[in-house]
Design a protein around this ligand. Sequence first.
Ligand code: LLP
Length: 426
Amino acid sequence: MDLFAYRDGRLFVEDVAVEDIARAVGTPFYAYSAGMMQAQYRAFADAFSGTDATVCYAMKANSNRAVVALFAQLGAGADTVSEGEIRLAISAGVPPQKIVFSGVGKTKQEMAAALSLGILQFNVESEPELLALSEVASGRGMTAQVAIRINPDVDAATHAKISTGKKENKFGIPWPQARAVFAQAARLPGIKVSGITVHIGSQLTSLAPFEAAFRIVAGAVQTLRDDGIAIDHLDLGGGLGVQYRSGDNPPSPADYAAMVKRVTSNLGCRLFFEPGRLLVANAGILVTRLIYLKETEHKRFAIVDAAMNDLIRPTLYDAHHEVVPVKEPDDDAPRRRVDIVGPVCETGDVLALDRPMPDLIADDLLAVRSAGAYGAVMASSYNARLLVPEVLVNGADFAVIRPRPTYEDLLSADVIPDWLTAGRST
Ligand code: LLP
């Protein structure tokens, strides 16, 4: 389902014209379709209907509180990686009993906060982390529910920077080395270990690496049960890829679910999943305005008002995002190749390279597609640019869910010490 479509020559998000949002909030901005997020969540959850499965939305993909509230309303839990995300999830309506806490570097302070907030589970990634958690929990007379993340040494066949399941990656504890850590966990005060977790990477476009990892997990369940550790649930992470360009053909949630059931159904385990990108990527666009069209003997550059600080994926991962004009071009309009770049003073500040585009003129609006995941959340104010605002569309309505800060906000973020202002005339 795609709710970004042209109507009478203008791009709409659901029933709202993109140019109407641009008029109201200025550019650049992110716009999300609530309907597409809901549909993606339902497709994933429905694929597991009839099984004991909980979907914990991986908030890192898009942690706007309105977006988290949308998934909470549908019954989702949350996969979190910081005290900030835990607090945000709870304040957006996610019940603490549906929150898992992942991440390789949880501090004792974060552990204490998570325990007192009553979260469901800690996904532990190392022996020192386990010891710290035991100390924090037992010191409070509490018991932390623990799953241990194993590193199955499986190649996810995705971009190296978002591949997490190889033994040289910092994530999880290599299996079978983890076996001894489970045994240790079973003896430690303040710890109840009953789960295995795994997550081998993001934007996976084939089921084979998932299946290889899940088979290792299934084997680990048997081994650990033989060791006397009652494993009763598995957290199988996120990672299911999405379509960024027309040729991409990632597995559907239904195919993924069929594979998961095939590999895990005989284990009698409750299942948890942590999808992020799948639920939000294609439900978002980044809308930007052309500032200048710059033509040299060698190149044509469309210089737009969004930049790498607003959407870093092309710069960081050479990621491909489709870019479409907000005003629908004629099918037979001539296309010329252009680099779509931002105003930031870095050569890597590109949104799209060498794209065939119809003729553009200053002030034209462009939509960068599939920008709902790892877009706004990774934005910064580099070059003293204002953080990009976010808008959520629901049918014919839209709401600003993150306003654009003001220049006063920007200036007041930093504090000049007195000794630098003394004697300065204003
Ligand atoms: N669970 C864990 C433990 C994770 O580390 C991640 C993502 C997820 C779940 C969600 O994965 P997803 O379903 O979204 O693939 N910034 C990068 C992606 C980083 C992913 C980090 N971990 C990008 O823009 O491609």
